[in-house]
Structures are given as C-alpha cells and as structure tokens.
Design a protein around this ligand. Sequence first.
Ligand SMILES: [Zn+2]
Length: 82
Amino acid sequence: MSALEELEGPTGQTLYVDREEAERGSKAPFFVVYVDTDRERRWGYFCGNCETAENAMDSMGRVQCNNCENFKRADEWDAAHE
Ligand SMILES: [Zn+2]
C-alpha cells in the first residue's frame, strides 16, 4: 500500500492524498483524497496539474478544477476496457 501524503484542505482540515490512486484528467491526473488515513472516507480529488484540492464534482461524476483547466470526464466515459 502506498504512503499517503498530507494536505491542507480548503477549510484548513487535514486531508490525505493517495498519489498512486489516480483518475485520468484532461491535463494531469486527479489523485484520490481521503479524510482519514484508513482510506475509509473519500473526500474528493487533488488536481495533479496545479497541485490543489480546489475542485468540484457534479452528479455525473465529472470533476472540474477551480484553479486550472484540468477536468475529468464522467465515470461512464472511462468504463471501456482495453
Ligand atoms: Zn488544477
């Protein structure tokens, strides 16, 4: 299991980024962020392009970074198998 990296969230809380668990983004990967070190509660995503956690996910599963142009398509688009 990979090491988690501590991150300060938008409201000053401590969040944990898993740098090995990433979703493909348009410019850089979005890394999965957890609120606890046991990875039980998912907080959201960390933008690998501008290195911030300032992004929003809509009901379709799309993630758009508030800080740069990076975005992740809805989950359905990534469902195709290679
Ligand atoms: Zn960004």
